[in-house]
Design a binder for this molecule. Sequence first.
Ligand code: DQA
Length: 148
Amino acid sequence: MMKVLVLNGPNLNRLGKREPTIYGNETLEQIMNDLDQQAKLLEVEIAHKQSNHEGELIDWIHQADDRYDGIILNAGAFTHYSYAIRDAIASISSPTIEVHLSNIYARESFRHTSVLSEVVIGQISGFGPIGYELAVRGLIHFLRGKNR
Ligand code: DQA
């Protein structure tokens, strides 16, 4: 069974309470539970973690190499300026997909840049919670293509 690590970065533990007009009313727990269910149907095993700390996310990215077939990462605001997270992704061989609940290109200009985009296999932005599921599907296709 394919194993995928889903990492959520800073402030995503506040989902449900946090700016609901932008991020919706669902909590991270609800979103991850739904993702779990959908992933099972796709025969994918999901593990998920959240941290507000850059270094902790970096450690988890390193540890995921070899242990997981891929990573799905919503790095929150780190997306826009963390070269350290970028380099962590570049340092591992497991493919990473970048997810954003909101459409970062339709918001403040500082959100229009992702320093992660160059080192991920793709980005999903603007589809809300279902973006995580789309990323799982994208990862399956990517890995199948690679193994063909
Ligand atoms: C976000 C977008 C980021 O700009 C923001 O800092 C977040 C969440 C999203 O999921 O839309 O924390 O990654």
